[in-house]
Design a protein around this ligand. Sequence first.
Ligand SMILES: Nc1nc2c(c(=O)[nH]1)N[C@H]1C(S)=C(S)[C@@H](COP(=O)(O)OP(=O)(O)OC[C@H]3O[C@@H](n4cnc5c(=O)[nH]c(N)nc54)[C@H](O)[C@@H]3O)O[C@H]1N2
Ligand SMILES: Nc1nc2c(c(=O)[nH]1)N[C@H]1C(S)=C(S)[C@@H](COP(=O)(O)OP(=O)(O)OC[C@H]3O[C@@H](n4cnc5c(=O)[nH]c(N)nc54)[C@H](O)[C@@H]3O)O[C@H]1N2
Ligand SMILES: [Mo]
Length: 772
Amino acid sequence: MAESDNAVRKNAAYPYSSGGWGSLRAVTGALVKEKVPLKASTVLLKQNKPDGFACVSCSWAKPADPHMFEFCESGAKATAWDLTAKRMTPQFFELHTVTELCAWHDHDLEDAGRLTAPLRYDAASDKYVSVTWQEAFEDIGRELRAFDPEGVVFYASGRASLETSYMYQLFARMYGTNNLPDSSNMCHESTSVGLTAAIGVGVGTVQLDDFEKTDLMFFFGQNVGTNSPRMLHPLQEARKRGVPIITFNPLREPGLLKFANPQSPVEMMTPAHTLISTQYHQVKTGGDTAAMLGICKAVIHADDHAKAHGEPRILDVDFIETHTKGFEAFAEYVRAASWEDIERVAGLPRADLEAAAAEYMRANAVMAHYGMGITQHRQGVQNVRMLCNLLFLRGNVGKPGAGPSPVRGHSNVQGQRTVGITEKPELAPLDKLASQFHFEPPREKGMNTVEAFEAMLDGKVSAVVNLGGNLVRSVPDRLRIEPAWRGLKLTVNVATKLNRSHLVHGEKSYILPCLSRIEIDTQASGPQAVSMEDSTGCIHGSRGVAEPASLDARSEPYIVAELAKHTLGERSTVDWDRWRGDYALVRDEIAKTYPETFHDFNARMWTPGGFPRNLPARERKWETKSGKAEFFVPETIGEDPDMPEREPQSLRLMTLRSDSQFNTTIYSHDDRFRGISGGRMVIMMCEADLKRHGLRKDDRVTLQTIADDGFERRVAGLRVQPYDIPEGCIAGYYPECNPLLPLWHHAKESKVPGAKSIPVEIVEVNGAARAP
Ligand SMILES: Nc1nc2c(c(=O)[nH]1)N[C@H]1C(S)=C(S)[C@@H](COP(=O)(O)OP(=O)(O)OC[C@H]3O[C@@H](n4cnc5c(=O)[nH]c(N)nc54)[C@H](O)[C@@H]3O)O[C@H]1N2
Ligand SMILES: Nc1nc2c(c(=O)[nH]1)N[C@H]1C(S)=C(S)[C@@H](COP(=O)(O)OP(=O)(O)OC[C@H]3O[C@@H](n4cnc5c(=O)[nH]c(N)nc54)[C@H](O)[C@@H]3O)O[C@H]1N2
Ligand SMILES: [Mo]
């Protein structure tokens, strides 16, 4: 359906638009529930302000002229979660054994409050016991020195600042390994691989001012209303100018339908809402390559016709000739593609794709926003390449108002890659690091997240250092992985709150409590600031404003510096003590390593709106293999090689976030936007599939992964929730459904787990086995 009335269709199942009074109530509720002191709630006024702190939730851009309340419901919840008055002191751990805590729900573990003091696992009592920082650093250093660096993994979750990340990668490399996996390995690595090959930079090229110049936006598989809500501001402004938004998403996401702006008195006082999506296409999961192929087909067909009749061309012929490579092969592929295949894989009628193409052909500057619905597939990289193909046809890269716009995850996940956190040696400036710090960095490829867990299953990993994260919950194949994680010799966790990965621990285990960046961080040279890179490649300073949760918590740069010092000893030429006393010195080193982006870093970090990173593709300079923007001919039309397509009992499961979680951090059990309450053990399924499988609302089912690798992967007790979703596709929550996701079910080129298309079948209903 392509008509705009389709997008506003009234449906009792979706009582909410994003924003609005519901959001304001949720914000207030979060502050009260976490007993955030009143003074701390004024902290929200400093959120995402040029002189304040960068929100710890998503990575959306921070404008130069922020709104008075430049935060959203999700961001306010994240702030309340960090500034909670609740504490998990060493006394708490005296009262509870680790075995006992393992029975707690993930929500309750984090909800018990902030970690306040360093802890060491004591096997005799099965408890975490208090240690001094000195003891912890000395013991960890001693342990790490004894391991072969190849078997040690340094994970980073994406929240840590540029300063911390730079120190962390240097520490790992001086120690002797490129094993620097990070959360983007499970997230936007398909982007890093796909965009680098297509346009020569691994990140999006769209910046905030492009929103004022665009005249059409696509949204592929990104749920803006919950996962990057502040992005709704520029979207709303664009909608007011009449800019259409075309969405491709299997679910009718309330956050992509309409928006009530809590900062607009008119919208709050009246039932008027801004319509977000003007066309809403419920593509099948994994059907995006096919859908984009359909749009390209309509565009190329129209251009062939125009050319034959001497009419103005539809393609940007000049751009294609001057700037791209591989157009002819792509065009031939597109002309030969059959509409029947496209319709079947996309699950959309040709007329819908032609309607999208018609808008695309009218628009001069087009942006394509996308998220996990594109990247977390077996064909995730191909999806990204296809999105570039579509943009290239009308020259929509490297001009104002246009470009690919991967909406990133963690608040500094893009930035940590910019300053060297990567397992791929070719992406790190190793020669520069070698001469700057007088050491010989390892040159072999390190392990990414999936590879690290494959090696762990093979018994080849001795220790994992976690700078944030909750891998035991967030990675695929959770139930296979937990025993391997328990078999580690050492786990070190730098964290703000207790989570499952600390409880499923190695033989030796440490929890090192860190400050949140919302908190004031005072070191030898005085109060410190840090910096992050947002989703649009702009770099911002961030200064803590709240009192620290505990006097015995340490900042992340401090902890990384001490770990490095105690592990490397004489081997390191870095004066880690000076660095941890004054982060400006770290920024000076970052500027030396990456002068194109970070020159005069200390002077520029408070630029309102941030300073932009060097992105040659924005100027139509293509740092690709051929020196041109590269078209790509897809290998397949997008079908998942693991999905038995025609068997009637098979279903494709996508695992999603609710509006009340941040990844493995669960704020509450409800999903207000989707109108789902009473728990997260849910699968969303359409009426036709309910009928086909003989199910009723609230039945409890067990899902099993379709795979013949000898492992049985099941999740039981999932409550059936009727939902508007295409036939054959179902949705459940991440991380609850992660035991169903096989470790090997990942994108070939990026190794991003295929979390949005897991082949499953129903094997039990209400406790009774189901005949195959
Ligand atoms: N509040 C909050 N904010 C967050 C996070 C959070 O957990 N909570 N997480 C952060 C992180 S790390 C990330 S990576 C981002 C994630 O943000 P998103 O990219 O929005 O991720 P998801 O919520 O996993 O799901 C994305 C959307 O993809 C759709 N989808 C699923 N499969 C397909 C498909 O095959 N095709 C298409 N077109 N769509 C599909 C789903 O219906 C869903 O709407 O958000 C970041 N921001
Ligand atoms: N099935 C399925 N699996 C997925 C996904 C999916 O969509 N579906 N999404 C994937 C994606 S996109 C991502 S990014 C990963 C995320 O995976 P992870 O990086 O493993 O997980 P998080 O849940 O973000 O980490 C939460 C923990 O970080 C710690 N923490 C919070 N703030 C801080 C801080 O300021 N400093 C430090 N040091 N620690 C802190 C807290 O202890 C908290 O418990 O999961 C991936 N897994
Ligand atoms: Mo992510």
